[in-house]
Ligand binder design. Structure first.
Ligand code: ZN
Length: 198
């Protein structure tokens, strides 16, 4: 992924954390969607489809082999997820990935990107959203196991994040951008509590 592209996704993640009023880890995706839905024209509903829904609106092809998927019903966005999937971290990642598609407006610029590029972007968005570097840094949770626990993400996702964190720690350029500082501020209470506990 090109650096410019990465920075673009990272900025969208920071704006999503701020707009979603996220203040603690693990990121509460339900609260995030509720808060994002306060903006006009945006309404994101998270729906566990294993509980049943008006199934006329969901075709078996939409569900097949998917942990989560997004569809628009009466102008509202529905992210359906399968809560029977184990572990829960996989479901969380899939929901964050779907939020990524929405925030990055992949549905509007379909023609400009390949499916592979879109999926890579949504995956990047998901990991940056669920494991924000500034918070991990301030909590000194930079190793795989700590990241897995604090973010409620899978071991494999945490391992990838730990690798990135090692690079960020070396660069040590935290808090240089306004958006990141804003995220830091929102998480300050959580960071203080975490550091008092561990
Ligand atoms: Zn996708």
């Amino acid at each position: 992924m090109e650096l410019e592209n990465y920075k673009n996704i990272r900025d969208y993640v920071w704006k999503t954390l701020i707009g979603g009023k996220v203040k603690s880890l693990p990121v509460d995706l339900f609260e995030l969607c509720r808060n994002l839905s306060r903006k006009p024209k945006v309404k994101i509903n998270l729906y566990n489809y294993t509980y049943g829904f008006n199934m006329d609106l969901i075709t078996p092809q939409m569900v097949k082999g998917k942990v989560a998927f997004t569809t628009k019903i009466f102008n509202e966005v529905y992210i359906f997820y399968n809560d029977n999937i184990y572990p829960n971290a996989r479901v969380r990642y899939a929901i964050a990935h779907e939020i990524g598609h929405l925030v990055l407006k992949h549905n509007y610029k379909k023609s400009m990107m390949t499916v592979k590029e879109r999926e890579a972007e949504a995956n990047k968005f998901a990991i940056l959203l669920l494991a924000p570097a500034i918070v991990l840094h301030c909590c000194n949770a930079i190793k795989t196991n700590d990241i897995m626990m604090i973010c409620d993400i899978s071991y494999s996702a945490a391992k990838i994040r730990a690798k990135s964190m090692a690079t960020y720690e070396e660069l040590n350029k935290y808090d240089t951008l306004a958006l990141e500082r804003e995220v830091h501020k929102a998480f300050q209470e959580f960071i203080d509590d975490y550091n008092n506990k561990y």
